[in-house]
Design a protein around this ligand. Structure first.
Ligand code: XMP
Length: 506
C-alpha cells in the first residue's frame, strides 16, 4: 500500500495549501499533527510546516527527531520547520522582535545539489517569520540567501533541507519547482487520483456515520451538492433539507429541486422566507443581519429535523476551516463568522458533525462532483454565500430591494452564460447600493437605486481580482438592467481587488 507524503502541521495558515500543491503535482499527501509522526507509516517524504509559534518558547510544538531521522526519507522544513530542524541539528535560532511578512528575493546557490536544481535562482519568495536562524551546525550548507545575505535555505545533509519562506503560496514564484525537486528525492512517490480519493471519502462517510441517520442541509451550491452526492453514494441513512430563506436568487428553490431530481437525490424544501424577512425588518448592521440569519437558519432547520438528529453533515471546505479556525488545528483565528453557530459547534464537539470535504479546495470539490456523476450545471456553479442576498443588500433588507437584486442578477448571470464568460469567472453577482440618486426616465426626473455588478477571478476566495469583461458586454448588461429592472437608474462595475475589498458587499 502507498503511504501519503506526510505534511506535519505546526499551525501555519498555509499548511493545507502545501498538501494541495503536492496534489497539483500529482502526488498523494496528508496532514498530520506533530505527535502523529509515527502514524504516518512509510511516507515517501516528510514536510514540516510553518507555524505561528517560536521554537524558543518552552512549550513550543516539537517533533520526535530521532524517529524522523530513522525514517530514512527526505525531509523539508518550512519556516518554523526549518528553525526547528536547525536547532535539532545543533544550530541556533535568534528571537525576532517583529514578524517579517511579505516578498523578498531568493539568491539560490545552484551549485549545491538538492531542492534548487534547474531553478532560475533569482526570484521572488514569500516570507512570514519573526525568529531567524543565527548559528549553523557543523556541515550545514547555505543553499540560498536573501539580498541582505541572510540565509533563507539550508541543507544539513543529503536528506534534510530547510527554507525560510513559503513554497506553497503563489507569491513564491518558483515554489512549485522547489517542492517538485524535493519530492523527486523520495522513492515510491504515491500518485494522487481523484477516483481513489472518492473511494476513500465514501469509506470515511461510512465509518463516521455508521448506523446513524445523517441530515444534510443543501443549498444548491457546489459544496453541499457534492456532499449530498457523496453521502448518497456511500449508501448511509440520510435526509436532505433545503431551507428557502427568502434570500435566494430568482427561481433558485425550483431550480435546486429539479437539479437534484435529475440525479435521483431526494430533497425536502422548507419555505421559511416570511420568517427570515420579518426577523430582518429594520435591521441594518451587517453582523447583526448575519447573526439573525444564522440563528434562524439553525432554528428552522432543527424544527424541521427534530431535536434528536443523530448526525449533521456540512459542506465545509478547507478554506472555511482556516478562515474559521475550527478545532483540530492550531491555525490562528482569522475570521469568526461563516455560518458557524453554537449549536453546531456543540454537536461537533460531540463528534456528530460530518465534514468529509474539509481537506479539499473548491476546484477539487468540483472534480469530485464530476466523478460522482453530478451534472456540469451543478459542479460549475459559482459559490453563493450562506446568508444569501443579505450580503448583497447593505442596509435594511426589503422585498423591493431583493426583487431588484434578483432581476438584475438574473440578467447579468444570464448574459455571462450566453457570452461564454460564466465558466471563466469565479463568482459574479449584482448588489444593491442603498443610495438613491437622480436620473431621468422618459421626461421625468427619477430618484432610484444604484446597482453594483461584480465579477471576480479567485483562487479559493482568499484573494480576488476583478474580471476584465469587454466594454461591449458591460454596456449590454447595463442597458438591459436599466431597461428591464424597475427601481434602478445607475449600474456600476466594481473594480476592487480583494484585499482590501472583500468579494461580497455585506
Ligand atoms: P468575502 O466576502 O469574505 O467572501 O471575500 C469570500 C467567499 O465567501 C463567501 N461568503 C460567505 N459564505 N457565509 C458563507 O457561507 C458567509 O457569511 C459568507 N460571506 C462571504 C463569498 O460569497 C465568497 O465566495
Amino acid at each position: 500500500m502507498e503511504h501519503p507524503i506526510a505534511v506535519i502541521d505546526f499551525g501555519s495558515q498555509y499548511t493545507q495549501l502545501i498538501v494541495r500543491r503536492i496534489r497539483e503535482l500529482g502526488y498523494f499527501s496528508k496532514l498530520y499533527q506533530p505527535e502523529e509522526l509515527r502514524e504516518t507509516g512509510e511516507p515517501a517524504a516528510v514536510i514540516l510546516s510553518g507555524g505561528p509559534r517560536s521554537t524558543l518558547e518552552a512549550d513550543a510544538p516539537d517533533i520526535d527527531f530521532d524517529y524522523l531521522v530513522s525514517m530514512g526519507v527526505p525531509v523539508l522544513g518550512v519556516c518554523y520547520g526549518m528553525q526547528l530542524l536547525n536547532r535539532k541539528f545543533g544550530g541556533e535560532v535568534a528571537p525576532g522582535n517583529t514578524r517579517e511578512y511579505g516578498p523578498a528575493t531568493l539568491l539560490a546557490e545552484k551549485s549545491i545539489e538538492g531542492i534548487f536544481n534547474d531553478l532560475e535562482g533569482h526570484s521572488q519568495i514569500w516570507m512570514s517569520h519573526s525568529d531567524t536562524v543565527s548559528e549553523l551546525p557543523e556541515g550545514c550548507q547555505v543553499m540560498g540567501t536573501n539580498l541582505d545575505g541572510i540565509p533563507v535555505a539550508l541543507k544539513w545533509n543529503d536528506r534534510f533541507f530547510g527554507i525560510q519562506f513559503h513554497p506553497e503560496v503563489s507569491h513564491t514564484h518558483e515554489g512549485q519547482k522547489i517542492l517538485q525537486n524535493f519530492l523527486e528525492m523520495g522513492v515510491n512517490l504515491p500518485k494522487f487520483k481523484i477516483a481513489s480519493f472518492k473511494d476513500e471519502l465514501v469509506q470515511r462517510v461510512r465509518d463516521e456515520v455508521g448506523e446513524r441517520k445523517v441530515v444534510c442541509g443543501v443549498s444548491g451550491g457546489v459544496d453541499s451538492s457534492v456532499l449530498a452526492a457523496l453521502i448518497h453514494e456511500s449508501g448511509v441513512d440520510s435526509r436532505n433539507i433545503f431551507v428557502d430563506t427568502g434570500l435566494l436568487r430568482k427561481d433558485e428553490a425550483e431550480e435546486v429541486a429539479s437539479l437534484f431530481g435529475e440525479v435521483g437525490i431526494e430533497i425536502e424544501t422548507i419555505d421559511a422566507s416570511e420568517k427570515f424577512l420579518s426577523a430582518l425588518k429594520g435591521v441594518t448592521e451587517p453582523e447583526e443581519k448575519r447573526r439573525i440569519i444564522g440563528r434562524l437558519f439553525v432554528d428552522v432547520f432543527f424544527d424541521a429535523v427534530g431535536e434528536d438528529v443523530e448526525m449533521l453533515a456540512q459542506g465545509t471546505l478547507y478554506p472555511d476551516v482556516i478562515e474559521s479556525a475550527t478545532s483540530g488545528s492550531i491555525a490562528s483565528t482569522i475570521k469568526t463568522h461563516h455560518n458557524r453557530v453554537d449549536r453546531i459547534m456543540e454537536m461537533k464537539a460531540e463528534g456528530r458533525v460530518l465534514e468529509p470535504l474539509d481537506e479539499l479546495f473548491k476546484d477539487e470539490v468540483r472534480e469530485l462532483g464530476r466523478v460522482l456523476g453530478l451534472p456540469e450545471r451543478v459542479v460549475g456553479r459559482h459559490p453563493f454565500p450562506g446568508p444569501g442576498l443579505a450580503v448583497r443588500c447593505p442596509g435594511e433588507i426589503t422585498e423591493e430591494k431583493l426583487k431588484i437584486i434578483r432581476e438584475a442578477d438574473d440578467i447579468f448571470i444570464g448574459l455571462l452564460r450566453e457570452k461564454h464568460w460564466y465558466d471563466s469567472v469565479w463568482q459574479a453577482y449584482a448588489a444593491l447600493i442603498p443610495t438613491k440618486t437622480v436620473g431621468v426616465k422618459g421626461d421625468e426626473r427619477s430618484y432610484e437605486y444604484a446597482l453594483s455588478i461584480r465579477a471576480v477571478t479567485s483562487e479559493d476566495a482568499m484573494t480576488a481580482e476583478w474580471v476584465h469583461l469587454p466594454y461591449e458586454l458591460l454596456g449590454e448588461i447595463s442597458n438591459r438592467i436599466l431597461n428591464e429592472v424597475d427601481g434602478v437608474n445607475r449600474v456600476l462595475y466594481d473594480i476592487s481587488t480583494k484585499p482590501p475589498a472583500s468579494i461580497e458587499w455585506e
